[in-house]
Design a protein. Structure first.
Length: 109
């Protein structure tokens, strides 16, 4: 019996918005990598995101470990994008904390 070694591409794909998704799921690369960095095992990541396959999570983590600089640069770019979107939304939306406080006070007898 001969073992056939194949070169596999990482189970990552870029969606129409430029976000990288894992496998055939809608799970973002940053969710898998941040969970791994927080100490989650591949099995617990699959448990958390049931649309992922265990092999895709292991392959994604392997890809991250081989290409840490590039993946970290992507993750930092995504965080900056999220911050800019949040700042833009906070500039458009009113401060909802006053409304929340008023509603909570109305619930109290």
């Amino acid at each position: 019996m001969n073992l056939v070694l194949e070169r596999e591409t990482p189970p990552l794909r870029e969606d129409e918005t430029g976000a990288i998704r894992v496998g055939n799921s809608r799970v973002l690369l940053e969710l898998v990598i941040r969970a791994f960095q927080d100490g989650a095992s591949p099995e617990s990541i699959v448990h958390r995101y049931s649309t992922l396959s265990l092999s895709d999570v292991y392959n994604t983590i392997g890809y991250y470990l081989r290409h840490q600089d590039a993946v970290e640069a992507y993750l930092n770019q995504r965080e900056q994008l999220a911050e800019s979107v949040q700042q833009r939304l906070s500039g458009v939306q009113p401060d909802l904390s006053l409304i929340r406080s008023r509603l909570l006070s109305q619930q109290q007898p």
